[in-house]
Design a protein around this ligand. Sequence first.
Ligand code: FES
Ligand SMILES: [Fe+2]
Length: 357
Amino acid sequence: MKLHGLDLELTGWFQVAWSGDIGPDQVVPLRYFGRDLVAYRGKDGVVRVHDRYCRHLGASLAHGGCVVDEGIQCPFHGWVWAPDGHNVSIPYQSRPNKGRKLGAWPVVERNESIYVWFDHAGREPYWEVPEALKNTPHAAVRDFHPAWPDGREHYRDLRAHPQMVVENAVDPHHFCFVHHTPISPIVLEEKVEGPTWWARVGFGRRWRDHAYDEAGLLSRDSANTIELLWSGMGVSVNVEHTRDGVRVITINITPVEDGKTELFATYWVDRVDGDEADGSYQRRLDEAKLALPDDINIWNNQIFLDPPSLATEEASGFRRIRRWTRQFFPGDGTNNGPTGLDAPRAPGVEKLEANPS
Ligand code: FES
Ligand SMILES: [Fe+2]
């Protein structure tokens, strides 16, 4: 699977649905990672994702399959497949077929969302999906409206490679042009560790003029900042502290098949007494959703340039993030990822390991 010449078989957690899409006893077809999949919510309430086709004679478990105590039952001859993929029942034979196994994908339900782990090398998950609302101190102390059902947008049939979306983390200068901010924000802090890239960006003159000379300001004050967290290339959490309160947005891009991706955007706005009755919740939710379509319009029509031509000031960020994303691409990272900017590691950036420590 490729898009713009870049591999799409990326290691990591990728969103495939919202929790509300898969209700009790519900079975739904999914197509991601170039595979036909089936998802269902078991009798125990846990969501599972499997390869879609029954290992008996190939019926689709997503079209008429049903949830039973032991797992999912095929609509064709009633064979039952357990959560680990093993066949546990053939209704017209005393023993199951112990040798037959249905592919079972690692799944996490968090942030009102369903995430599936993909790894080209078949490794087990080696990092966790972050808790979006607990991610920063100023968000963790607030109460948020649930994102379901209104705080979500699903963009399908995109030609945006996750690499393009990730590079937003080092691209403050697009804000003036794409989002019409009066001045570019500045990156106040950055921490990169294993599969995690975290940055805090400050907006407005106060941050531009005072970020570096007032030592205590960073830790005391989060006003007019966005904290960006990338957890692999598939999951990102933005915590935006505006004049109007705090909003948390996850922007998650998922490979679908050759040449195609999807983007799941989820929006949480902090709760203020009476804000539903007076309409301010709806207004703030609408405002939170304004920026992303403008980014998508760029990403979806962009080509991936390798190497790009960068201004002096931005070169280091792009260089480092392109080195960082290599760990998620197939192979050993030397010839299969975005490789155009091969420069020494920036000071303060740790050695990145592709494997679990
Ligand atoms: S094809 Fe599934 S039970 Fe026969
Ligand atoms: Fe943007």
